[in-house]
Design a binder for this molecule. Structure first.
Ligand SMILES: Cc1cc2nc3c(=O)[nH]c(=O)nc-3n(C[C@H](O)[C@H](O)[C@H](O)COP(=O)(O)OP(=O)(O)OC[C@H]3O[C@@H](n4cnc5c(N)ncnc54)[C@H](O)[C@@H]3O)c2cc1C
Length: 376
C-alpha cells in the first residue's frame, strides 16, 4: 500500500486526527481540496469551547464534548494558543424561562457539567449591561482562536512525519484487497490515484458523498445543509460585554437561539440563527433584512442595543444529519467493518460541538483503529 492511513478533509477534526495518528504511525496522509486548511465550517463558527450542557446523556456529543473541553484547554496552554476561559451566562428573562433553566441545570448535572444559578446582583457583577431575572453560569465555557489551533495541528502533523496534500479533491474510492484505492484531482486538474490501508472520512459537509463514493449509502447519514448567519455588534457597544451570553434554547435544539459570543480580538457577535437550505449549496450570503429579527431577539437581554448597533457579519453551514423538525441526532463516528468496509471510518454529522471535541474525537478514532485490530 502507498499509504497506511488517509484522512479526507483538513478541517479542525481532520487535522486533529492527523496529529494524533501521525504521532504513532508512519505513512499518514491528509488530503484537502482547498489550497489550505479550514476553509469551510471550521472557520465559520462561534469558536466557543462548549461545556457540554445540552447533549443527551451518554451520547458521543456529551462524552466527547466534556472530555474535549478539558483536552482543548490543556492543549491551548501547552502550545500558547490564544483562548479565554471567559465563562457563559444562560439568561432567563421571564418567569417561565427561570423554570426552564432550572431544568437545564439538572440535565447538565447528569452530564457531569457544573453550572451555578446566579441572581440579579451576581449577574450585575459579571455583566452589568444585560437584563436577566436569573442566569446559569457555566465556568468551563470559553473561546479559542480556531485558526491558531488548526495551524498547530498542521505543524505537529508535519513534524510527526505526516504528509498533507492541499488542492487535491477526492473523486473516487474503490475497495481493493486489504484497503482502498483513492482517485484524486489536483489543482491543475491532473488525475492520480494511490492505495491506502485505512480511510478516515472527515469531509464535513461532503462526508455523506465521500461515504457514498466508497459504496456506503445510508439515508440516516444524509447531510442537510443548515445555515447560520451572524450579525456583529458595532463599536463602541461591543465593549459593553465581556463573556458569552445565551438565551434559553429552542426545544428541539436545531440551534440555540440568537446568542452573544465574543472573540479573541474583542469582537462581539449575535447568532447564529438556524435555516435549513432547500438544497445542499454552499450559500454563505448574508441577509441584511434579518436585522430586525436579530435586534428584537437580542434586545430582550441586551437593553442597551439600538437597531443601528448591529450589522451583518458572516455565515456558516452546519452539516446536520438531523432532518428539519426531527429530534436531536448524535455524531455518527463508525468503523464500517459491519457493512463490509474494514478500515473505513466515517465521521458524519460533525456539527457543534465538533470544534470543542476535536482532540477527544481524534483520540476516539485512534481507539477505533485499535479495537478493530487494524494492523498497520
Ligand atoms: C454556525 C456554526 C457555529 C458553530 N459553533 C461552534 C462552536 O462554537 N463550538 C464548537 O465546538 N463547534 C461549533 N461548530 C461546529 C464546528 O465548526 C464543526 O463541528 C467543525 O468545524 C467541523 O470540522 P470538520 O473538520 O469536520 O469539517 P470542515 O471544517 O467542514 O472540514 C471538512 C474539510 O473536508 C474537505 N473536503 C470535503 N470534500 C472533500 C474532497 N472530496 N476531497 C478533499 N477534501 C474534501 C473540505 O474542503 C473541508 O476543508 C459550529 C458550526 C457552525 C456551522
Amino acid at each position: 500500500m502507498d499509504a497506511g492511513i488517509t484522512i479526507i478533509g483538513a478541517g479542525v477534526i481532520g487535522l486533529a486526527i492527523a496529529e494524533e495518528l501521525s504521532a504513532n504511525n508512519g505513512n499518514v496522509f491528509l488530503i484537502e481540496k482547498h489550497r489550505t486548511f479550514g476553509q469551510e465550517t471550521s472557520s465559520r463558527n462561534s469558536e466557543v469551547i462548549h461545556a457540554g450542557i445540552y447533549y443527551t446523556k451518554d451520547s458521543l456529543k456529551a462524552k466527547l464534548c466534556l472530555t474535549g473541553n478539558k483536552l482543548l484547554y490543556d492543549y491551548c496552554r501547552k502550545y500558547d494558543i490564544p483562548h479565554n476561559n471567559c465563562g457563559k451566562l444562560i439568561v432567563a428573562t421571564t418567569d417561565e424561562e427561570v423554570r426552564i433553566i432550572q431544568g437545564i441545570m439538572q440535565t447538565a448535572a447528569m452530564n457531569g457539567v457544573e453550572l451555578v444559578m446566579y441572581d440579579k446582583d451576581r449577574i450585575y457583577d459579571l455583566e452589568p449591561n444585560i437584563f436577566a431575572l436569573k442566569a446559569l453560569y457555566s465556568p468551563s465555557t470559553g473561546i479559542v482562536d480556531s485558526y491558531s489551533l488548526m495551524k498547530r495541528f498542521e505543524t505537529n502533523t508535519l513534524n510527526n512525519g505526516g504528509q498533507i496534500a492541499y488542492g487535491s479533491e477526492v473523486k473516487g474510492i474503490r475497495r481493493i484487497d486489504g484497503g482502498y484505492e483513492i482517485s484524486l484531482l489536483d489543482s491543475e486538474k491532473t488525475e492520480y490515484s494511490f492505495t491506502t490501508q485505512i480511510v478516515i472520512n472527515s469531509a464535513g459537509l461532503s462526508s455523506d458523498k465521500i461515504s457514498e463514493m466508497a459504496g456506503i449509502k445510508d439515508e440516516n447519514m444524509k447531510i442537510y445543509f443548515c445555515k447560520g448567519e451572524y450579525f456583529k455588534i458595532n463599536p463602541p457597544k461591543n465593549r459593553l460585554l465581556k463573556r458569552l451570553v445565551y438565551p434559553v434554547p429552542h426545544h428541539n435544539m436545531e440551534g440555540i437561539g440568537i446568542h452573544v459570543t465574543v472573540d479573541m480580538g474583542g469582537g462581539v457577535r449575535l447568532g447564529p440563527d438556524v435555516k435549513y437550505l432547500d438544497s445542499n449549496v454552499y450559500d454563505y450570503s448574508l441577509t441584511p433584512s434579518k436585522q430586525e429579527a436579530f435586534w428584537s431577539s437580542a434586545r430582550k437581554f441586551l437593553p442597551f442595543l439600538n437597531y443601528d448597533d448591529i450589522s451583518p457579519e458572516m455565515a456558516g453551514i452546519r452539516p446536520k444529519i438531523q432532518k428539519k423538525g426531527d429530534p436531536l441526532r448524535d455524531f455518527y463516528i463508525s468503523e464500517e467493518s459491519r457493512r463490509g468496509y474494514p478500515g473505513f471510518i466515517n465521521l458524519v454529522g460533525m456539527e457543534s460541538p465538533g470544534l470543542t471535541s476535536s482532540i477527544a474525537i481524534a483520540k476516539y478514532v485512534n481507539t477505533l483503529i485499535g479495537e478493530y485490530n487494524i494492523i498497520l
